[in-house]
Design a protein around this ligand. Structure first.
Ligand code: IPD
Ligand code: CA
Ligand code: CA
Length: 311
């Protein structure tokens, strides 16, 4: 019943948003482009707006390069871990926008590491300029830009932007999660057997391959299906928006998880490490999902986890 009330409240909010949109159009007489911007920013905290601006800048860099991936210079950071000038240029574009607006904030970015702000910065931006580089290099249209802001280690704002579909996933702590201008929620699924679960295969490091395959073997038989789309940040955004019921992966980095974790929490889902605790940003091992599915996923995964300290 509480859910239904909330749904009604959101319908009202949505109507308000449309109303605002129409008023904005009538009063300003501005173009559809400006009007679309007005509705998109309707719910947004000013900090989130800056993060969206940064993500869109990166998207311009990525889109321009996507038509000629064959021309890119691909470097290998480690076996099966690739980086191109597009990753770096997209990251620079993001950092430029964020620095310009918030010079005091610290930054943790995949390609350039930590920079900006004092060492003990209250605020830290966590950035993956191109999540799904391998997909991008193959012209497989499943990749995204991921930007999050943590304040004293607590995630406060999140953006995941899929430039191939123009899908913008956003969340601010306490204000819900959105896909473009629409509120999103995790699924109401209650049975693992009916669930579609996302994952990432180990591909760089294989020390936990056996543990992972044991989880995979059991979950293959206990779910409706498993998907490995290849961009963890987007997988998490799909859990938040109800396209997946749950997700798990081992060996992730903070920039793969930060924005997606807040999206899921703000969409009513749960995120944790392999023990269901909150240390996923430290361990890199993550389980996420709609509340009932999260619990059932954990009960399958936990017995196979490599060691208690690897949670
Ligand atoms: C990778 C993708 C992939 C996941 C890897 C990540 P990258 O990010 O998110 O889905 O399985 O663990 O490293 O390297 O393309 O930014
Ligand atoms: Ca990544
Ligand atoms: Ca990346």
């Amino acid at each position: 019943m509480a859910g239904a009330d909330k749904h009604d409240a959101d319908t009202v909010k949505r109507k308000d948003a449309i109303h605002t949109k129409i008023l904005c159009f009538v009063f300003t007489g501005e173009s559809i482009g400006t009007e679309r911007l007005a509705i998109e920013t309707h719910h947004m905290h000013p900090i989130l707006n800056i993060a969206v601006k940064a993500a869109r800048r990166a998207a311009t860099v990525i889109n321009r390069a996507s038509t000629q991936v064959d021309l890119l210079t691909v470097e290998s950071k480690a076996p099966n871990d690739f980086v191109t000038e597009v990753d770096r240029a997209a990251e620079n574009a993001i950092i430029e926008v964020l620095r310009d607006a918030y010079p005091q904030h610290g930054i943790l970015a995949e390609e350039s590491g930590t920079s900006g702000g004092p060492d003990d910065s209250e605020y830290q931006w966590i950035i993956d300029p191109l999540d799904g580089t391998t997909n991008f290099l193959h012209g497989f249209p499943q990749y995204a830009i991921s930007i999050a802001l943590a304040r004293n280690g607590v995630l406060e704002h999140a953006v995941v932007f899929d430039p191939t579909r123009n899908e913008l996933f956003t969340a601010s702590k306490g204000s819900g999660a959105f896909l473009n201008d629409r509120r999103i929620r995790v699924t109401r699924r209650t049975r693992l057997a009916e669930s579609l679960i996302g994952t990432g295969f180990p591909f760089r490091e294989f020390k936990h391959l056996d543990a992972y395959l044991a989880m995979f073997r059991e979950l293959t038989q206990k779910t409706a299906g498993i998907r490995r789309p290849g961009a963890a940040a987007l997988d998490l955004a799909y859990v938040a928006s109800g396209r997946l019921d749950g997700f798990w992966e081992m060996g992730l980095q903070p920039w793969d998880m930060a924005a997606g974790a807040l999206l899921i929490q703000e969409a009513g889902g749960l995120v944790g490490d392999l023990a269901g605790e909150s240390a996923f940003m430290q361990t890199g091992n993550m389980v996420a999902g709609a509340p009932k599915i999260f619990a059932q996923l954990l009960s399958v995964i936990q017995p196979h986890r490599p060691a208690a300290r690897q949670a």
